[in-house]
Design a protein around this ligand. Structure first.
Ligand code: PEP
Ligand code: CO
Length: 413
């Protein structure tokens, strides 16, 4: 985990377990923007705090119920969307593309697994990115790295790269626009669709956190997750999600130890509520067979009923000689196979798939039918951050998943 910019965040909004009455202690928050204008930040977060949440607490509870079925081996979770949504990228075509492609993937997986599939988009709020370096240098000029549209602009100019708290307001509005369309699309199909994003910029997440009659919820999305770079045991991100009642997830990379995973279980799911906690394994095709078994077996032994899902994207990214960041669908599929092998070996349920994808025919990842070749990559390389599977590649992957579920009947518990 790389801890780049780190500010100190005040302690939990609500006391953590066993902390009732305790004075909140400051916790370091990794990957936070260095907002130059604190008064603007304060004004914008106060404004957001007075606006309605984007989702309802009872919807979050219903998603927890759906995820409990996944945790029991009675359903499958499919989570997908852009690595980084952009404000300009929210067009009807783009949102329909993701919604429609996820629906096609869902149908394939549901048929193979003969189980219901819970559909969650990385959408309507996926606007903030952790970065491995806080700086980017081009042609001798160094500027702050792009941290997602919620924070600064992708254009490589000093003005665009300066964090602007006014963007938090825009993030809320564009999320609401996206959600409006998603709700209409889901209603037309008489189906359920849930939203999620990485809970990264804590000022934004806190501004949309509400005390409701059933407890404290982050109403910016149904589910939020903590990323690989911000899951420090004593850090502000895990502390934040410990204090909300939404279903939450944490990414687990290849350096995760079983003790770290067990500490997260105790912190985030002290009552062992199925559906409350999802672990998103993103080990890489080379590491998954080696690293995942110990985590799964020890977490299962703790009595927790978490959802285990596979993100076969983030451990398999590489830079081609041409300079483009890409992923090869064969490696992605190999990680998914490894993930299923691990669960088959332990008798646990492979809960689902987390992917970066889009409905459009982009050429950001290699492989598929017909294959995207290294020469094709520059043709439609449009992502603001990591390379996404296009629709065909997403369906190829969903077919592999369907086959794996058919071969390996889910284990109920
Ligand atoms: C992401 O999901 O885009 C991401 C940054 O993932 P991770 O935290 O697993 O690296
Ligand atoms: Co990504």
């Amino acid at each position: 985990m790389t801890d780049t910019i780190s500010t100190t965040f005040p302690g939990p909004t609500v006391p953590g377990p066993g902390e009732a009455g305790a004075t909140p202690r400051p916790r370091p928050a990794a990957q936070q923007p260095d907002w130059p204008d604190r008064p603007v930040l304060r004004a914008v977060t106060e404004e957001l705090a007075a606006l309605p949440g984007l989702v309802l607490a009872e919807e979050c509870d219903r998603l927890t119920d759906r995820l409990a079925a996944v945790a029991r081996g009675e359903a499958v979770l499919l989570q997908g969307g852009d690595c980084a949504e952009t404000f300009d990228g929210v067009t009807e075509e783009h949102v329909r593309g993701i919604f429609g492609t996820l629906a096609e993937m869902r149908a394939l997986i549901a048929e193979g697994a003969r189980l219901p599939v819970v559909q969650v988009g990385r959408i309507a709020g996926q606007y903030a990115k952790p970065r491995s370096s806080p700086w980017e240098t081009r042609n001798g000029e160094t500027l702050p790295a792009y941290r997602g549209d919620l924070v600064n602009g992708l254009a490589f100019t000093s003005r665009s790269r300066t964090p602007d708290a006014g963007r938090l307001r825009l993030g809320y509005r564009v999320s609401a626009t996206t959600l409006n369309l998603l709700r209409a699309l889901a209603a037309r199909r008489d189906g359920e669709f849930w939203t999620s994003h990485e809970a990264l910029v804590l000022e934004y997440e806190r501004a949309l956190t509400r005390e409701t009659p059933s407890g404290v919820y982050d109403l910016s999305a149904h589910l939020v997750w903590v990323g690989e770079r911000t899951r420090q045991p004593d850090g502000a991100h895990l502390d934040f999600v410990a204090g909300i009642r939404n279903p939450v997830a944490v990414k687990l990379g290849p350096t995760t130890t079983a003790d770290e995973a067990l500490t997260m279980v105790d912190q985030l799911d002290p009552d062992r509520t199925p559906g409350r906690l999802t672990f998103i394994s993103r080990m890489g095709a080379d590491a998954v067979r080696d690293r995942l078994p110990e985590l799964v077996s020890k977490v299962e032994a703790s009595g927790a009923r978490v959802v285990w899902m596979c993100d076969p994207m983030h451990g398999n990214t590489f830079v081609m000689p041409s300079g483009y960041k890409t992923r090869d669908l064969d490696r992605v599929m190999d990680e998914v196979r490894g993930f299923f092998e691990v669960h088959a070996g332990l008798g646990t349920h492979p809960g689902g798939l987390h992917v970066e994808m889009t409905g459009e025919p982009v050429t950001e990842c290699l492989g598929g039918t017909p294959p995207v070749t290294p020469d094709d990559v520059p043709i439609r390389y449009e992502t603001a951050c990591d390379p996404r599977l296009n629709r065909r590649q997403s369906l190829d992957l969903a077919r592999v998943l369907a086959e794996l579920y058919t071969e390996q009947p889910p284990c109920r518990r």
